[in-house]
Write a protein that binds this ligand. Structure first.
Ligand SMILES: [Zn+2]
Length: 83
């Protein structure tokens, strides 16, 4: 179990910049929780589920992506708080 299973999208600061990296082509894109939370069913998603749903947007790729948070981001302090 990783930190991705310990945090729900709704737990993050909406302004946190999450980094999604394509596992195949390496394309990086950034997404904020506030953008995903615009979809009603996303608030209770674990970050591991968010990662599982993410797909690369490069034409012809569409591969799975790896989710990461910036070092020192607000989620790190949150994890420390519940550990
Ligand atoms: Zn890709």
């Amino acid at each position: 179990m990783s930190w991705l299973d310990a945090l729900q999208l709704g737990d993050l600061d909406p302004a946190t910049r999450m980094e999604l990296t394509c596992r195949r082509c390496g394309k990086v894109r950034f997404v904020k929780p506030s953008e995903l939370l615009a979809r009603a069913d996303y608030r209770r998603l674990w970050l591991s589920e968010v990662q599982a749903r993410a797909r690369c947007r490069q034409p012809g790729c569409g591969s799975a992506m790896r989710l990461a948070l910036p070092a020192g981001g607000s989620a790190r302090g949150f994890v420390g708080g519940i550990a």
